[in-house]
Design a protein around this ligand. Sequence first.
Ligand code: F6P
Length: 344
Amino acid sequence: MERIGVLTGGGDCPGLNAVIRAVVRVACQNKIKMIGIKNGWKGLISNDTIELDLNSVAGILPKGGTILGTSRTNPYKNGSEVAKVIENYKKMKLDALIAIGGEDTLGVANKLIKENKGLNIVGVPKTIDNDLSATDFTFGFDTAVNIATEAIDRLHTTAESHHRIMVVEVMGRHAGWIAVYSGLASGADVILIPEVPIDLDTVCEALQKRKARGKSFSIVVVAEGATFKEGQVVLKEEKLDSFGHVRLGGIGERLADEIEKRTKFETRVTVLGHIQRGGTPSAFDRVLATRFGIKAMELALNKKFGYMASLSGKDVVEEPIEKAVGTLKTVDMKLYDLAKIFFG
Ligand code: F6P
């Protein structure tokens, strides 16, 4: 093992730099050259790299984003780009590649592995959405939940002063993990997730119940991918990214309008958006990302290609990448039922 590449793909999230740092530190201890591939799969298509050494990773542990840059480039969208990926992997003389990403990036990794294209890939799961299977948590999620919780706490005080309903739209794509965790942590009065269609009658009833017991304000947390009962996902626009995902967003506004119309309670909406993905990682995410980075290097050194680092309980273990990308990990309904105890 002489040369290992590392890339970060898909939406960025806090903790990516902590993985890169861990990987490079282990590489240096083993006299391995680390090649940083810029902007996810795009960098393998265009042969865009930087050499990573101890200096390049000094001081990056608390930094959000990724020093390698990222993109949502899908080499499978255009067949000839897969050939470029393989050609450049060979040109770079890589013995292994560490792909740090979510469903899309690891999905590409999985296809390359399955098609036996000669790429030795190990994975590291990341996403603020926490929707990857085969790991209890992804890094980035804890930070996003903390950011959302702090924002909701702040909205709480202004909601109370003005006797308003505050609707807070959080990210999470088609899973409601951020909504449930931040909603539970901040004492939200209603939490709405993609896994359970929104029943406006039940929502308004809960808010009216609060009013009847003297609470003149309420907090409603809604995940961006939530849909109304028998309704359509509310989309920002019909644009698709190169993995075919629609851009979500807009449910908060629609929901606030409906609540105000039905209850006549003054309602405001806040969309937290990319704030949830930016800035410094939480201590939990720094530690998890570091452990994942070290595990990924261990997998590469032991030639356990096709596997990724994963959190199982308290342990960092290995799981086939295939298991992570097969099905989306949606919210555990036992947890949602627990959150519902506090509705209204
Ligand atoms: O997957 C992470 C995520 O932040 C989702 O929660 C969100 O739907 C999406 O990425 C936003 O993507 P983009 O950064 O391309 O707008």
